[in-house]
Design a protein around this ligand. Structure first.
Ligand SMILES: [Zn+2]
Ligand SMILES: [Zn+2]
Length: 305
């Protein structure tokens, strides 16, 4: 039997079903809806020069991810609109952050710092774990300013809003580059488009494992018997945790680097089944808590082998 598609409709069903998660899930539902609307309105974002010259294909075959060649074109007005939309969602749906978010929603969007790829850090609000930089990259430090917001003294919310506002541009970038990525011979653990680490995977019919980027949404195949963080292939050190109350999920862990990735186990031939990695990430937040309680990290500090 084919597994159930992981879609935003499923998230809406879970909002009705899981009372204890209702507030959190409906917050994420609103956030995903806002991001999808922004995505739908974006013009093409892949820089024509690099695409035309085949620079992306070349980079991927040299184990460099696409955004390290050139990131998506980010129109300042579209970005300012996206940022305001994100701030409005948080102000409306997250009571404990509402005051801090309203401060940002009222900012003059033309004063926002321009997008700086070096400031990209985590997948923001949606990927609860910090998705780390690709192994060969220097640590990315948020170099954004603005805050001076007493409700958000460390600027954490600001960075999350900023990251979520930039996410649709990367998702669009990934969609446009998908044919190039499909053709590339990519074996690295990090995302071929944006360089982030994988947070979630899907296995189909007990066979291959697909890794998904929870920032740009890119899917790629990855060997089951290799750690998607440190590339360790010693199968004695690669284990998984089963979730007794949710047998459709497991957590693949590596004893070498202590990293983990959440896995949805599809029993049938579900290749065509919808799998929205952003929704899957949200629906499995409890697995992050479980893995981290057992000492595993979504972003292990361990050099690649
Ligand atoms: Zn990515
Ligand atoms: Zn590992």
């Amino acid at each position: 039997m084919a597994g159930k598609g992981i879609t935003q409709d499923l998230l809406k069903e879970e909002i009705l079903r899981q009372e204890d998660m209702r507030e959190l899930f409906s917050f994420y539902d609103a956030l995903l809806t806002a991001r999808r609307q922004i995505l739908q309105d974006l013009p093409p974002v892949v820089p024509a020069d690099e695409a035309g010259a085949g620079e992306f294909a070349k980079a991927l075959n040299e184990e460099r991810y696409a955004a390290s060649v050139a990131g998506p074109k980010i129109d300042p007005d579209a970005f300012a609109g996206a940022f305001q939309k994100m701030a409005a969602v948080v102000a409306k749906k997250a009571p404990h952050l509402a005051k801090a978010a309203r401060f940002y929603a009222q900012l003059d969007p033309s004063t926002l710092p321009p997008f700086d790829p070096a400031a990209m850090g985590s997948s923001g609000l949606v990927a609860s774990p910090e998705a780390g930089p690709a192994p060969e990259e220097p640590a990315r430090k948020p170099a954004l300013s603005i805050p001076e917001n007493p409700e958000d003294p460390e600027g954490r919310l600001f960075r999350q809003l900023y990251t979520n506002a930039v996410q649709p541009f990367f998702e669009k970038f990934a969609l446009e580059l998908a044919p190039v990525v499909e053709k590339a011979d990519w074996h690295e653990a990090y995302c071929p488009v944006c360089g982030n680490r994988p947070a979630i995977a899907q296995t189909i019919g007990g066979g291959a494992r697909d890794l998904y980027c929870t920032f740009c949404g890119t899917r790629r195949h990855y060997p089951r018997l290799a750690c998607p963080h440190c590339e360790n292939t010693d199968h004695e050190q690669l284990r998984y945790m089963e979730i007794s109350e949710k047998p459709q999920y497991r957590i693949d862990v590596c004893e070498d680097c202590k990293g983990y990735v959440k896995v949805l186990v599809q029993s049938g031939d579900s290749e065509s089944e919808s799998f929205n990695p952003f929704v899957a990430d949200i629906l499995t937040l409890h697995l992050d808590a479980l893995a981290q309680k057992h000492g595993y990290s979504p972003n292990p500090q361990h050099p690649a082998h």
